[in-house]
Design a protein around this ligand. Structure first.
Ligand code: PLP
Length: 401
């Protein structure tokens, strides 16, 4: 069966060039980067090259980039690390942090964990378009605020947040500003200077790099405590023997992403738009969730009223097409997505929403195939839904003169 992968926000396939770059690190270049002999220095040089490649992707100084085990660790380090540095004696209460309601669980659950320890947290709301309002962030700032953490692009909707404005607000009030750029890095331009961020998380497996490797940008002079304790690796930002192969892969993936950033974004956006517009034109009661203008080029989130989302994903999977009901880590959960609830969808609407996320490997023929298969899947699921029949009868009655 021909398989089509439209779940690139969950993870992406490793680029062959990345695999080739990583291969020697498993075999001949196996040294520990802390060793002073030749083997160690080879590993160290490879890490420093990767640091330059990742730094270039986000317009940062290489020295301000620390490698981590991924987006989750980078996010946790940012929240715990800033709060702990602000309260060096371990007393958390009295400090205040602002996050948005649509953050990934790596930020939201870290925020809840520091809240349990006494930190006050404001959860900035989003509008029906999925946007955080910089004015709301501004009005939430208090003298005790130590950190604002607002994601760059949302993983479920693809909506891109007005970070430059929030960055200005943070700077005016002398508050550290972190962004989770896990979904945007490698897909759209990400520039730590333009965005005005002090900390930025990214993850290699979202842009055709390996899983289990990410990075945290930390602006020079930022007062941050490490999450882990150990040796002096990564300029004291992140101890532990470096995952050299993963880091080399992250570097190569960053280089490749940057090389074709604009042309790939245009190509993928054209495919995504064709997918979305054809669905909206041909499938009744289908609607886009979130803002359609300020969005990642690869993502669309479509609500098919009276279609049970999990059932849709399984039915599409049986036909060879992979898509998702929302965040991968929430799949299988019976609760509707917190992101879709935050933009005002009710339980049924949230549960009938599907995320399609395209990638570098997506082709026009694959989109044709999805468009061929999808309407019948929706029709079949609606045919077995008692709610759909009822709503059709109601709409027939209400449209009668
Ligand atoms: N932040 C966002 C926005 C994500 O989409 C993800 C992964 O889905 C993460 C953080 C976690 O990244 P990682 O899988 O590298 O831990």
């Amino acid at each position: 069966m021909r398989r089509v992968y439209l779940d690139n926000n969950a993870t992406t396939p490793l680029a062959p060039e990345v695999f080739e770059a990583m291969r020697p690190c498993f075999i001949e270049q196996f040294g520990n980067a802390s060793s002073i002999h030749w083997f160690g220095q080879q590993a160290k040089a490879a890490i420093e090259t990767a640091r330059e490649q990742v730094a270039k992707l986000i317009n940062a100084r290489p020295n301000d980039v620390a490698f981590t085990s991924g987006g989750t660790e980078s996010d946790n380090t940012s929240l715990f690390g800033i709060v702990e540095a602000a309260q060096p004696h371990g007393e958390y209460s009295g400090k205040h942090v602002i996050v948005s309601t649509i953050e990934h669980p790596a930020v939201l659950n870290a925020a809840q964990a520091i809240e349990k320890r006494g930190v006050k947290v404001t959860y900035a709301r989003v509008g029906p378009d999925g946007m955080v309002d910089p004015a709301e962030v501004k009005s939430a700032i208090r003298p005790e605020t130590v950190l604002i953490s607002i994601m760059h692009a949302n993983n479920e909707l693809g909506v891109i947040q007005p970070l430059e404005e929030i960055g200005r607000v943070a700077r005016e009030h002398d508050v550290y500003f972190h962004t989770d750029a896990v979904q945007s890095a490698g897909k759209i331009p990400v520039d730590v200077e333009k965005l005005g961020v002090d900390l930025l998380s990214l993850s290699a497996h979202k842009f055709h790099g390996p899983k289990g490797t990410g990075a945290l940008y930390v602006r020079k002079g930022t007062n941050l405590r490490p999450l882990l304790f150990g040796g002096h690796h990564e300029r004291d930002r992140r101890p532990g023997t470096e995952n050299v192969a993963g880091i080399v892969g992250a570097g190569k993936a960053a280089e490749l992403a940057q090389l074709n950033l604009d042309s790939e974004a245009r190509r993928i956006a054209a495919l995504r738009d064709r997918l979305e517009e054809t669905i909206l034109a041909n499938v009744p009661q289908a609607f886009t969730n979130g803002d359609r203008t300020r969005r990642l080029p690869n993502t669309c989130n479509i609500r098919f009223n009276h279609v049970e989302g999990e059932g849709f994903v399984i039915a599409m999977d049986l036909k060879g097409i992979a898509c998702s009901t929302g965040a991968a880590c929430a799949s299988g959960s019976v609760e509707p997505s917190h992101v879709l609830s935050a933009i005002g969808l009710n339980r049924d609407q949230a549960r009938s929403s599907i995320r399609f996320s395209l990638g570098r490997m997506t082709t026009s023929e694959e989109i044709d195939l999805v468009l061929e298969i999808l309407p019948a899947v929706v029709e079949h699921l609606r045919a077995v839904s008692p709610h759909y029949e009822k709503s059709r009868q109601l709409s027939v009655v209400s449209s009668q003169p």
